[in-house]
Design a protein around this ligand. Structure first.
Ligand code: HEC
Length: 109
C-alpha cells in the first residue's frame, strides 16, 4: 500500500473511532465545567450566580437564543468574548459544545 493511501486511511479510521467512542455527553460535561457557577440544576442559584446575576439557563431569556448564539457564548464567550466562558480555549471540542447546547435544550422549562 502506498504511504499516502495508508495515511489517508489512518486519519479516516481515527476520525470514525473518535466520533463513535468519544460521543460527548452534554450532561456530564455540564457537571464538570458549568455547575460551579450555574448550579447543578442550571438555575444560577449559587453564590457566584447571585453575585453575578446569572440567568436561569432553563428560562426563556436563555432558551430564546439560537443554537449558534449559545454555541458562541460557550465556545468564545459570546459577542463580548467573556473569558468566563471561551471554553474552546479550555479544552472543549466543537462536539463537546454541541452536546452541551443539546443538554441545555433538554432542560428547558
Ligand atoms: C466562572 C463561572 C462560570 C462558569 C464556569 C460558567 N459560566 Fe456561564 N455564565 C457565567 C456568568 C457570570 C454569566 C452571566 C453573563 C456574564 O456575565 O458573562 C453566565 C452566563 C451564561 C449563559 C447565558 C448568557 C446570557 O445570555 O445571559 C450561558 C448559556 C452559559 N453561561 C453557559 C455556560 C455553560 C454551558 C458553561 C459550562 C460549559 C458555563 N456557562 C460555565 C459564569 C460561568
Amino acid at each position: 500500500m502506498k504511504k499516502a493511501t495508508f495515511l489517508v486511511l489512518a486519519v479516516f479510521a481515527m476520525f470514525v473511532f473518535s466520533s463513535v467512542v468519544m460521543a460527548a455527553d452534554g450532561s456530564a460535561l455540564f457537571k464538570q465545567k458549568c455547575v460551579a457557577c450555574h448550579g447543578a440544576d442550571a438555575s444560577g442559584n449559587t453564590s457566584m450566580g447571585q453575585k453575578m446575576k446569572i440567568k436561569d439557563l432553563r428560562g426563556a431569556d436563555v432558551q430564546k437564543q439560537t443554537d449558534a448564539q449559545l454555541t458562541d457564548m460557550i465556545a468564545n464567550g459570546g459577542p463580548a468574548k467573556k473569558p468566563t466562558h471561551s471554553f474552546k480555549t479550555k479544552g472543549l471540542s466543537d462536539a463537546d459544545i454541541t452536546a452541551i447546547v443539546t443538554y441545555l435544550r433538554s432542560i428547558k422549562q
